[in-house]
Design a protein around this ligand. Structure first.
Ligand SMILES: [Zn+2]
Length: 261
């Protein structure tokens, strides 16, 4: 597999992504040219039918595999609003692979050749059903072409420190202010509009691209940006403190680049 062009679809409500910097980073790492586009459904036509399809992949019961939802008029209006550039965070669950399918169908065939890779940013919380524990889990990245990176997923999917939940529960049961508990853990997990999102997103973008190029998106090592972090603290460590690929993956990448040359 070879990528000659990468399209990034911006999520304008999340300035902290700093998409221009991300594009430069990817260009340097992968050696393919990167084009930044506006929000996916501003670049491509948003038809009523698409709004209906998006609304129908909402997940209401996280304990059962995907069932198509029958959207109401309100659901469709909600989707219409959330596609506006000014829309704020959306923490409703959507089946990530159903959503991926909708995005894919909106891209013209001429742009679906295998050397073109599409990476879509969204505030929608993508999730996938896990048959190991029979429930849906939030995902920051849905790997495929197009791939989806959920800004809400980056914040909500990897778990916060265990002690944080304990303290939160204690404070709640004592009727105390939760802000104090949050302050105590300041910086140990990502928050909405966190300035660190611009660095965190790099690892997820590389995971999506690695999956496309090699079918292996993740690395076992915490000293690698491809580490699949289940905890916020691991995520911050691998992307902020380490911020690079391990030797093995650096080599994989160099070999791929040589193949292109
Ligand atoms: Zn690695």
């Amino acid at each position: 597999m070879k990528i000659s062009k990468i399209f990034l679809y911006n999520e304008p409500s999340i300035n902290e992504l700093k998409i221009n910097e991300l594009a430069e980073f990817i260009e340097k790492q992968i050696g393919a040219s990167v084009e930044i586009r506006q929000k996916f459904f501003q670049h491509f036509n948003l038809e009523k039918e698409i709004l209906y399809q998006i609304a129908s992949c909402r997940v209401f019961n996280p304990y059962v595999p995907f069932e198509k939802h029958n959207p109401t008029i309100e659901d469709i209006t909600f989707e219409e609003r959330s596609e506006m550039p000014s829309a704020t965070n959306n923490i409703i669950l959507y089946d990530g692979f159903e959503l991926q399918n909708i995005f894919k169908h909106a891209i013209p065939d001429s742009e679906l050749s295998s050397d073109k890779f599409h990476l879509i940013f969204t505030t929608k919380l993508t999730c996938s059903y896990d048959y190991e524990d029979y429930r849906y889990h939030g995902r920051a990245v849905i790997c495929s072409n197009p791939s989806i990176i959920s800004t809400t997923g980056m914040i909500e999917a990897p778990a916060k420190p265990r002690d944080y939940y304990v303290q939160l529960y204690e404070k709640m049961s004592q009727g105390l202010n939760l802000e104090a508990a949050k302050r105590e853990f300041d910086g140990r997990f990502l928050e909405y509009h966190d300035n660190r999102l611009r660095f965190i997103v790099r690892g997820y973008a590389l995971q999506a691209i690695f999956y496309y190029l090699t079918s292996v998106p993740f690395c076992e090592s915490k000293k690698c940006m491809l580490y699949n972090a289940h905890w916020q603290e691991d995520l911050l460590y691998t992307q902020m403190k380490v911020g690079k690929l391990c030797e093995h993956h650096q080599e994989v990448l160099s070999n791929l680049q040589n193949q292109y040359a």
